[in-house]
Design a protein around this ligand. Sequence first.
Ligand code: CAA
Length: 387
Amino acid sequence: MKTGIDKISFAIPARYFDLSALAAQRGIDPAKFSRGIGQDRFAMPEHDEDIVTLGAEAALPLLDASTKNQIDTLLFATESGLDQSKAAGIHVHHLLGLPARCRVVEMKQACYSATAALQLACAHVARRPERKVLVIAADVARYDLDGPAEATQGCGGVAMVVGADPAILALDPFSGCHTEDIYDFWRPPYRETPLVDGKFSALKYLQTLAHAWEAYQADGGRPHESFARICYHLPFSRMGEKAHRHLAGLAGVSAEAERLDPGLTYARDVGNCYSASLYLSLISTLDNSEEDLGGKAIGLFSYGSGAVGEMLSGEVQPGYRTHLLTERHRTMLAERKALSHSAYLDLWHGPRGAQGGEIILPQAARGTFRLARIHDHKREYTSRTPA
Ligand code: CAA
């Protein structure tokens, strides 16, 4: 039985910061960002947006009444968790009006956890083909100001409905993982921003790709030349280019740009969204490939610092295009507005008072869902249309 992605969509905030403005602020060549790291903009959440609102917004267009009724599990993948105990997905469950019998759990392993969620979801629906799993990946990537990683910030949420006989991508049963105990990027609970050894992290990303590829081949994986497209975890798009060249070298083939480029389009404008990043690249590939990919194979490389990597693959399903939300995605990107440097800094610092457990947030989010207030250390979300 085929299992995989039946529906997929993403959500991003309505405002972004342009990297040419960051270059001007720092007095450096804008090509350092546009070519050196391959990024043009990064998405910034409003004070009343977070992983819950982005995740719920991404899932909203995927859920008709019958799909909601079939969902018995919500797996929420994130590394920017809001509570050390309560899963962010429980707020999403409420906002989306999912059935009370649907279980919810939050999953973490840096940028990798959505891939683990997807694999577990496929295993679950193989056992219960009449059920569906909602996988949500949402993150806010916020680095220290004025550091080398500041230009690689971003945020966003991706939602996937996983089921039997999927309409978009049937996942292969084989895959290749590599796990290694390292510190390349991490965030202890007392820190707002991560600690990162940038150059080491890029090196470990490529080494993990090589190990995962070897494991994928050993597990009976497809040959490199059978992939019509390959998607990578994209902390910044240039990392994807490096990974693409590295993998082609390992497989002894040439790194053709057309197998990579459609997957980079959205990332250049959104920035890193950690656990959602690989799946944003998958949506970008499906939305932006001119060729009909129906019946063709896609390779995916997932990397989460710390570190776990996985090479996986799947077959795009014939007729998949009618199930994509391409126009919605393009409109969401096209209708964004640029932030001034001072407005960006205001958002970066977050709402005043949030740490004290009491705050009322004015409406700024463009979507259906928003964080209305934090009261008595409890987060209260609202939706404009009752779920
Ligand atoms: N024109 C064109 N290119 C230019 C340029 C210019 N004027 N000036 C510099 N460049 C190029 C450099 O030559 C360099 O190219 P190469 O990579 O080919 O050597 C590139 O721009 C980057 O410049 P630097 O080497 O000076 O590096 P940096 O100070 O900009 O830092 C970084 C880059 C280390 C990746 C930093 O952004 C960072 O720490 N980011 C966060 C960590 C990260 O994303 N790691 C990726 C792997 S880990 C992962 O994937 C998990 C995750 O999501 C975090």
